[in-house]
Write a protein that binds this ligand. Structure first.
Ligand SMILES: [Zn+2]
Length: 671
């Protein structure tokens, strides 16, 4: 059925609104409406489009995800080549470049536009009549791969340019960098490791790998974003300066990095470089330098291009995150679960301004994969705030005297036997009284996100355990102020503070206590799920594996681990101490007790037998979750009733867990 004019108008209005709010959320990071309001607009649009399919256009916000996987990418020829950039590694090289630029422009006043160089995948987006028509990789600069369907799923890329304040050109090609946040990168790698997949080497590889998926649904599931840094071809518009062009691009709804500046002198360039370098470790995205451009387009043109790279752009790179040094030894650290982790002892080396003498080797498999031997020359990488790691061995520097590190047969801390549990690559010390494990457990118990015992640091725990004053975290509650005050480097005041902090921890929330127990595979989130499900520790302790697996988000490995934990005598003794000390071992009264869906988003499709969809949505929200009208990568569960709609297909494409009404009722504890 063809849509009446008023419906057509309504759909256009809705799209404009959705696009605008999308822009506020993903481009400006400054939403104007709640998620629920956004979802409501999206739902309304979806339902009108379902009713009037002839109104669906490719640039509708409902059409981001949905393209079928392809066998291979086509190619795209860039109308204006995406040239490479010359690099500088020192202030001298920057000064030389400035000298060449200013000589080349004899006497002109030159201003420089500065912006960070982000490390991701360079792409080009073509907008015709304001609508995204082609997205491609840089490729060799002249020809790239057509990844339009994948780029459409990146939410900070508008499918239609905003024309609220400025005129939208009939054709514009913009260039940008697709990037991934460093913490999202870590999370993604963690998931890949858990799934037995090879982790990405760095955020750039993760961004590039995600964009070059043959199945756009996979790209859609990755937390990618884009920063636009320039224009290729444009029709019907011209700009005087690069900075003016970037300002214009932001008005079109494109995401442009806001850390940028226009300056006149070398010194100002070095100042900005220094600022960026300082911000490097805290900036959410990987930055690898500063891009300096001659700001005036007229002057850029006069400078021209020299053998494949323009004379008017320079990348002033940050010092490498990598260093080469000698692997002097491999030592084994014992964690709170008894796991032995290899640590590389290095000949100290300066990397990015920090001296590194130890690096992670992850586990025995990693040592084998690297083929790292004691005496080898190795490349060490530092990224962000994470512990440096050995990334490769320089095999050509071997002398033949190197030797492979051996997994110790005895625990380096307590000297008891080390065993490999079936199916695990990690050797473990089996002695539950091992001081390394005891100390690790106490520190875990006392940390801020668990029982939050302020002042109980590593050094103090060492003393308490080494002096035989405590054997598990339960013993903390029988410590006397005088005993603590008598320890080295402790005064009466700090002893009093510690005892007060221990005292206060008795009323820590139930979920944090569960987390503090240190049950393997029970992180903060799982602990909250358990605290929402069980009203006290005895219920949790007596739950069967089947019962545990029936709880949403609890898988068989976690369930086994929980079940096993409560069947160990020493854990029961430890719990007894907590009980005697009056630590909270039951759920709090009140509404937070039942927020079992905290952080989860549900989408309902099709008819339900025992309740209406609205009632189901209210149920989800009363349990702390969100009910949404549309399926996206942020959806956790799709509840499929009778005659489910297109949402089911979309959920399948995105790999979202689909459950039936019965399972949903069980999750809500209704049956
Ligand atoms: Zn041990």
């Amino acid at each position: 059925m063809s849509a009446p004019a008023d419906i057509r108008k309504k759909v256009e209005k809705l799209r404009e609104k959705v696009n605008y709010h999308n822009y506020r959320y993903y481009v400006l990071d400054n939403p104007e409406v709640t998620d629920a309001e956004y979802d409501r607009l999206m739902r309304e649009l979806e339902s009108l489009e379902r009713e009037y399919p002839d109104l669906v256009t490719p640039d509708s916000p409902t059409q981001r995800v949905g393209a079928q996987p392809v066998e291979a990418f086509g190619t795209v020829r860039h109308a204006v080549p995406m040239l490479s950039i010359q690099n500088a590694l020192s202030e001298d090289e920057v000064r030389e470049w400035i000298g060449r630029v200013e000589r080349g422009l004899s006497g002109e006043k030159v201003r420089y536009s500065l912006e960070p160089k982000l490390d991701g995948l360079a792409v080009e987006l073509v907008y015709e009549g304001g609508v995204l028509t082609v997205g491609s990789t840089r490729g060799d600069g002249h020809t790239g791969e057509n990844i339009t369907e994948n780029l459409r799923t990146v939410k900070s890329i508008p499918l239609r340019l905003l024309g609220r304040k400025v005129k939208v050109p009939s054709l514009i090609e913009v260039r940008g960098e697709v990037v991934i946040k460093r913490d999202d990168f870590e999370r993604l790698n963690e998931e890949r490791r858990k799934a037995g997949e090879e982790p990405f080497a760095n955020p750039r590889n993760a961004a590039a790998g995600s964009c070059r998926q043959l199945n756009p649904a996979i790209t859609a599931s990755r937390p990618l974003t884009i920063f636009i840094y320039g224009i290729g071809r444009v029709e019907g518009l011209s700009f005087e300066t690069h900075s003016e062009a970037l300002d214009y691009l932001t008005e079109l709804g494109l995401k442009v990095v806001d850390k940028r500046r226009v300056v006149d002198t070398c010194e100002e360039i070095f100042d900005f470089y220094g600022e960026l370098l300082e911000a490097r470790e805290t900036f959410p995205y990987e930055m690898d330098g500063l891009v300096i451009k001659v700001n005036s387009f007229v002057l850029q043109k006069r400078l021209g291009v020299r053998s494949r790279s323009p004379r008017y752009i320079l990348a002033y790179k940050f010092p490498a995150h990598e260093g080469t040094t000698k692997l002097e030894d491999v030592v084994w650290q014992v964690g709170r679960t008894g796991a032995l982790t290899p640590v590389a002892v290095l000949k100290p080396v300066g990397i990015g301004g920090v001296t590194v003498s130890r690096a992670s080797l992850h586990n025995q498999d990693e040592i084998r994969r690297l083929d790292a031997r004691i005496g080898d020359t190795v490349v060490v990488q530092r990224a962000g705030d994470v512990i440096p790691k050995v990334v490769r061995v320089v095999a050509s520097k071997r002398t033949g005297g190197e030797k492979a590190p051996q997994v110790p047969e005895k625990c380096p801390v307590c000297n008891s036997g080390v065993i490999f549990t079936e199916g695990e690559v990690v050797p473990r010390c089996q002695n539950i009284a091992c001081p390394a494990q005891v100390k690790g457990n106490i520190i875990h118990f006392a940390q801020r996100t668990a029982l939050d015992i302020d002042g109980l640091g590593e050094k103090l725990v060492d003393q308490l355990v080494d002096n035989g004053m405590i054997r598990d975290p339960g013993d903390l509650y029988s410590l006397k102020e005088e005993e603590v005050a008598a320890l080295e480097r402790m005064g009466r005041k700090s002893a009093e503070n510690l005892i007060n902090a221990i005292d206060k921890s008795r009323s820590a929330p139930f979920a944090r206590v569960i987390y503090g127990l240190g049950i393997r595979h029970v992180g903060e989130h799982v602990a909250r799920v358990l605290a929402g499900h069980f009203s006290n520790i005895d219920q949790l302790a007596s739950a069967s594996v089947d019962e545990l697996v029936g709880i949403p988000e609890i898988g068989p490995i976690v369930a086994d681990s929980i079940y096993g934990y409560f069947r160990e005598d020493h854990n029961r003794r430890f719990l007894g101490k907590l009980r005697d000390a009056g630590v909270r071992l039951e759920a709090e009264e009140g509404p937070q007790k039942k927020r079992i869906f905290e952080g989860l988003t549900f989408v309902f499709t099709g008819g339900l037998d025992t309740m209406t969809r609205d009632e189901a949505g209210e149920m989800v929200e009363s349990l702390g979750g969100r009910a949404s009208g549309s399926v996206s990568a942020r959806t956790d569960y799709v509840v499929a009733g009778k005659d489910p709609g297109s949402k089911l297909d979309k959920a399948k494409k995105l790999g979202i867990e689909i459950i039936d009404e019965e399972k949903f009722r069980r999750m809500c504890n209704l049956d």
